[in-house]
Design a protein around this ligand. Structure first.
Ligand SMILES: Cc1cc2nc3c(=O)[nH]c(=O)nc-3n(C[C@H](O)[C@H](O)[C@H](O)COP(=O)(O)OP(=O)(O)OC[C@H]3O[C@@H](n4cnc5c(N)ncnc54)[C@H](O)[C@@H]3O)c2cc1C
Length: 422
């Protein structure tokens, strides 16, 4: 297995080098990237817009700051990446390219992929290809290793059947990374494979799912006898769980804010995230002097500061081997609970004003954020699952009993509904 990077992303550059980099990035951003509209929802960026932003970044050498030069990255360090994200806080970035593409899917391709498969990473960095991750299934997402979507070998191809759901932005993607069952006669973790799937292949159907706020970010996919070339298996056949584990590590880092491949923006009480400009909200309803409002803003601000410290502390500890990779769950858990709390604080500060608005009113709408706030505790693995991982694998507490452990997957009892998906 090769490593994610062929250079030392943890090298600490000297202050002068970083200041030079900061000044160059600042000038380049001002000349080349569109300014951020703080009210625009980055999840609504169209496919062409994401690709255009990615191409601009690539032309300046900023699309893959921590990726190795062999795939078109800049071969620089976490510190350069952090400096760039700070400078880019007020500019539009190709968010959908960063997550899941560069921060969750590209690292396992770099680790397990053949030279030919690594071309996917180069194409992502050039803004030519967008990827979606397809792990969750209608029967449940937490038990990812219980995947029922299957692929059977037929000569040089794998024949794919089944369905996936909750895939963020699949309608914008060109390719997907799909976890499938390829051997039913062994325990569940041992019969999985990871497939790189061209979404334009015959037999792939992608439908969008309309959310409660009207957005159509989530998708469901159906696979009917899709013929996937054998060279699209990432890693070894039936060893997909090894790849999935690394994908989950990078997902926790990304969702938790600690990934060096993700376009993350520093937040503040004047966060640019929609519906969460807390200072703006109290200003609009004249509560600047209200001690309760001030206390709530202070709480949100303290959570942000603690979150930022936690990210650098845990990321450094994982990079130096002081903590195991599973410690990324601490970041994922903290991001989920603080984002949820921030959504509640924003609506509490706005009061009834936050829940009603006229068409065309372009002020922040905290109610939008409030009704979707639980998503931050579900996407990238639920907070309950993170607590399980922290207790069992970080603190060494007893493992949750699992009736299907060590039992061939085709002997595991399932509901009739699940059986029908076979
Ligand atoms: C914003 C967002 C983006 C997403 N993007 C993607 C994506 O791009 N690709 C993709 O494949 N999926 C994606 N998902 C799906 C996500 O990974 C799943 O929703 C998640 O893993 C939970 O699966 P589930 O919804 O099926 O709930 P279930 O797994 O059915 O769980 C239901 C409830 O039971 C709890 N639970 C389950 N098992 C345990 C246990 N062992 N111990 C304690 N509690 C447990 C869960 O915490 C949860 O509260 C996304 C979800 C969100 C919200």
């Amino acid at each position: 297995m090769s490593t994610t990077v062929s250079h030392d992303i943890d090298r600490v550059p000297d202050a002068a080098e970083l200041e030079r980099y900061r000044a160059e990035a600042r000038e380049w951003l001002a000349e080349n990237m569109p300014p951020l509209d703080p009210r625009a929802d980055p999840n609504q960026q169209t496919k062409e817009h994401v690709k255009d932003l990615a191409r601009r970044l690539h032309s300046g050498g900023y699309s893959g700051i921590c990726f190795p030069r062999e795939v078109g990255g800049a071969g620089l360090t976490r510190s350069h990446h952090r400096v760039f994200c700070e400078e880019a806080a007020d500019y539009e970035l190709p968010i959908y390219l960063g997550t899941p593409g560069l921060s969750i899917i590209a690292p396992p391709i770099m680790e397990f992929g053949t030279e030919q498969q690594r071309e996917h990473v180069a194409a992502m960095l050039r803004g030519e290809r967008l990827f979606v991750q397809m792990m969750s299934e209608p029967t449940g997402g937490s038990d990812m290793a219980g995947a029922l979507t299957r692929a059977e070998r037929d000569g040089d191809v794998w024949v794919l059947n089944g369905s996936k759901i909750w895939s963020s932005g699949a309608s914008r993607a060109d390719w997907g990374l799909v976890l499938v069952r390829t051997d039913w006669s062994v325990p569940k973790h041992r019969g999985l494979s990871m497939l790189l799937l061209d979404l334009s292949l015959p037999g792939v159907t992608v439908n969008t799912i309309k959310m409660v706020d009207g957005s159509e970010e989530f998708c469901e996919e159906f696979f009917d006898d899709v013929q996937v070339p054998h060279e699209c298996i990432l890693g070894e056949p039936n060893d997909g769980w090894t790849v999935a584990n690394r994908l989950l590590f990078h997902e926790r880092q990304s969702v938790g804010g600690g990934s060096p491949y993700h376009f993350n923006r520093p937040k503040s009480a004047r966060s640019s995230a929609r519906g969460s400009d807390l200072v703006g909200i109290v200003g609009r309803n004249g509560r600047e002097a209200d001690p309760v409002a001030r206390q709530l803003i202070g709480e949100a601000h303290a959570n942000e500061l603690v979150g930022r410290q936690l990210i650098s502390r845990v990321s450094d500890a994982v990079a130096s081997g002081v903590l195991p990779p599973i410690a990324g769950s601490l970041l994922r858990l903290n991001t989920g609970v603080t984002a949820m709390r921030r959504g509640s604080i924003a609506l509490g500060l706005a009061g009834t004003e936050g829940a009603t608005w006229e068409d065309g009113d372009d002020a922040d709408h905290p109610a939008d954020q409030f009704i979707l706030r639980q998503a931050s505790c579900i996407g990238g693995g639920t907070t309950e699952m993170q607590r399980n991982l922290i207790s069992e694998r970080l603190l060494g507490m007893p493992r949750e009993p699992a009736a299907d452990k060590d039992r061939p997957f085709n002997e595991v009892r399932r509901s009739r509904r699940e059986e029908n998906t076979r």
